[in-house]
Ligand binder design. Sequence first.
Ligand code: XLS
Ligand code: NI
Ligand code: NI
Length: 437
Amino acid sequence: MAYFPEVAEKVRYEGKGSKNPLAFKQYNPDKVVGEKTMREHLKFAVCYWHTFKATGSDPFGLPTMVRPWDSATDPVQRAKDTMDAAFEFISKLDVDYWAFHDRDIAPEGENFSESCKFLHELVEYAEQKQKQTGIKLLWGTANLFSHPRYQAGAATNPNPDVFAYAAAQVKHALDATHKLGGAGYTFWGGREGYDTLWNTDMKQEREQFAHLLHMAVEYAHEIGFKGQFYIEPKPKEPTTHQYDSDVAACLNFLREFHLMDHLKLNLETNHATLAGHTMQHELRAARHANALGSVDANTGDELIGWDTDQFPTNIYTTTAIVLEILQMGGFTTGGLNFDAKVRRQSHTTEDLFYAHIGGMDAFARGLEIAHAILEDGRIQAIVDARYAGWQGKFGQKILHETKNLADCEDHVLRHGEPTLTSGRQELLENIINEYIL
Ligand code: XLS
Ligand code: NI
Ligand code: NI
């Protein structure tokens, strides 16, 4: 049965003039940009939870989504139908990767063993689907935040029984990811934080969190899972404060607990903005620490202030994101995972295509612009000129020879007031617009 009759075979590239809403206008998978095709550069992934499982409910209202794969009464059958729909959709969209949580693909059972049994069954089903379609797993993860047992966190729970439950769930989610050949495994904190410090032992909780990550690293080693581990920063929501709040906090955490060699970061645009940063800032900070791994591609609403997880359509943002990715030499294990959901009023299955097509086109255009910016080098030249003093004799001396405060004073006494130079912000913004327009 076809769940997506609106696309007969595959969404195709029709180019800029096309008025077909179910065609790509910018994303031409085989087009070579620099040394790789668009497909190879961008490595899109469809995420299971938002695209196939989100119901459209919000704190004020009931589900709105019309999802024909969600009707069977038996939960395992429903999970299989959902997986049929997922692989049909991803194939028709011509995307190469997917990402999931354990509880997205299989229902929670009566007890832990039954949940594991369901997961196992669905992993086998997914394995066949991957074989049939050639679609690969970008990363897997465990949902350690939805079930009431995790109301006070998973790894950071005050109760060690809950910690153990979470660890056991991670074990099986890692097995699942490994079996499906996942290129990575993500930890998103979820409820690893606090609602109020009045009831929280923050020191103890952070240690517990690090302990779980070390256990996961060890288990991966045991089973031979070679994928990349990621930690995904987010400052709040659902907690008031999440320990891995932004890139700087994550890097500090990984360094403090000797985990830098084992985890990179999976960065999400809406999480960056919730943390009060641009995505460009977060990517840059991670890249400089050699910790930029993968991207959850979405965007927030500037006025709402929640993690609205909207599909990215802003070319300025996609350009800035791809620039950072190109500057790190491209993705290795990572990719652009659409951790994004259609709006509550976009309840039809067609809307899922429009949303992904828009996001893919926005990133394809961002790729071309970012590539052109790097090739042209005008922006880099302005930045280089701005720092040229540090390449000069005095700058080098300050950095590399023992210069002390008194030497600096001596320099000031001899040279007087420093010459001011323009930061050229408006000029740089104009140059970016030249590429975009
Ligand atoms: C939620 C997170 C989540 C992770 C995976 O805000 O973005 O979707 O990416 O657990
Ligand atoms: Ni995410
Ligand atoms: Ni999010």
